[in-house]
Design a protein around this ligand. Structure first.
Ligand code: EPU
Length: 344
């Protein structure tokens, strides 16, 4: 029997430490409890909100329906060939633990995604990425339950419409499915991607020539620790905005005006990605505090709650930063964090 609690403050379940209350709240630890919760919501006509690791959300209003806290954990190898391993994890599993388990087994594929906060189930929703790798590079399929009918469905990679920090689960299927388990295909042989953001330099400094997945994961962890605040110490939700992408033509114009502008190749051949952190820093927000909120002093893309910030203060900061960057560069930043209800 599931236990439905009432008026539960959600702030402690989020890494920004903001949000709530949920009118109804339940924790599920297995498929049976999940199905019971979906039935309860249907019978009582309550809308469901799924809470995973709480690391990429800003709950700006009380949730009038049922919040399901996903604690369905565990992972297992479901298929193996000479070169590859199909590794499946339940969606409530901690992402960092999943990556640690995979590198401990000497499997390549998840090492660049080490040290990211959140749950396995959230990974496909926003196609998590870091250091030149994205979940979609190793993704095979996922099983999800329809929140209206409780029926299960398999989504292959092509069904998920993965893009930069995006998928069908953020678009047309937003709020419609509970992702139950995710399968990735990992490699037993080295498949290295060390070109991005200083991984190579760390390995070189340690005189590591042929790195194991674990050594790469450790280098990534070290890099992240040097610039990203630990949510348990300084509440935050990782990158708050997406890096905007512009056409080459538009980029040339920007570069003419700001020759020092930073850029990377975009998600499509004719697109250039500009680091939002650079834009935010240039617009003067880096390290500047507005009451209990501000953009982090070591990485301007991270919005930090310095203690006791309200959702309204965070929303005001988001608007301030969007406006500041727009005024200076004419570019519109889009939040990467899932804001509920969405920004108007
Ligand atoms: N930069 C600045 N000022 C800053 C920070 C960075 O000008 O305060 C410039 C630097 O030129 C730097 C560039 O921005 O080279 C990029 O910075 P960084 O390598 O830190 O990465 P990012 O583009 O800000 C993205 C992801 C991160 C991911 C890192 C590393 C997005 C929205 N964010 O950040 O993902 O960890 O790359 O690969 O794409 C997350 O999604 O929560 C997240 C942390």
């Amino acid at each position: 029997m599931i236990k439905i609690q009432r008026q539960v403050i959600l702030a402690p379940y989020t890494t920004l430490k903001i949000g709530g209350p949920a009118r109804y709240f339940t924790v599920v630890k297995n498929l049976r409890e999940l199905k019971e919760s979906i039935s309860w919501a249907k019978e009582n006509k309550k809308e469901i909100f799924i809470l995973g690791g709480g690391s990429n959300i800003l709950l700006a209003k009380p949730w009038p329906g049922l919040v399901i806290k996903n604690e369905i954990t565990g992972s297992e190898i479901i298929k193996e060939t000479k070169k590859s391993v199909w590794y499946q994890a339940y969606s409530g599993e901690n992402w960092q633990k999943f990556v640690e388990d995979s590198v401990r087994r000497h499997l390549y594929g998840l090492e660049n995604l080490a040290s990211i906060y959140g749950s396995v189930g959230a990974a496909p929703v926003q196609n998590i990425g870091a250091y030149g790798a994205e979940l979609k590079d190793v993704f095979v399929s996922l099983e999800a339950l329809n929140l209206k009918t409780g029926r299960s469905k398999i989504f292959k990679a092509s069904d998920c419409h993965f893009a930069y920090r995006d998928s069908v689960f953020k678009k047309s299927l937003r709020g419609k499915y509970f992702i139950y388990r995710v399968t990735v295909k990992l490699s037993k042989e080295p498949r290295l991607n060390l070109s991005y953001g200083g991984i190579k330099e760390i390995l070189l400094a340690k005189k590591i020539k042929t790195p194991t997945p674990k050594q790469i994961a450790l280098a990534v962890t070290e890099l992240r620790a040097s610039k990203l605040p630990i949510p348990a110490i300084l509440p935050n939700a990782g990158s708050f905005f997406k890096n905007p992408e512009v056409s080459e033509k538009e980029f040339k114009k920007l570069q003419k005006r700001w020759p020092e502008i930073k850029f990377f190749s975009g998600s499509k051949p004719n697109l250039i990605k500009i680091p939002a952190a650079w834009l935010i820093e240039q617009a003067g927000f880096k390290g500047r505090r507005y009451g209990a909120v501000g953009m982090y002093e070591k990485q301007a893309l991270i919005l930090v709650n310095y203690g006791g910030a309200s959702a309204a203060q965070v929303l005001a900061q988001i608007k301030r930063v969007i406006k500041g960057v727009k005024t200076r560069f004419g570019l519109t930043l889009e939040p990467e964090v899932n804001i509920i209800p969405p920004l108007k």
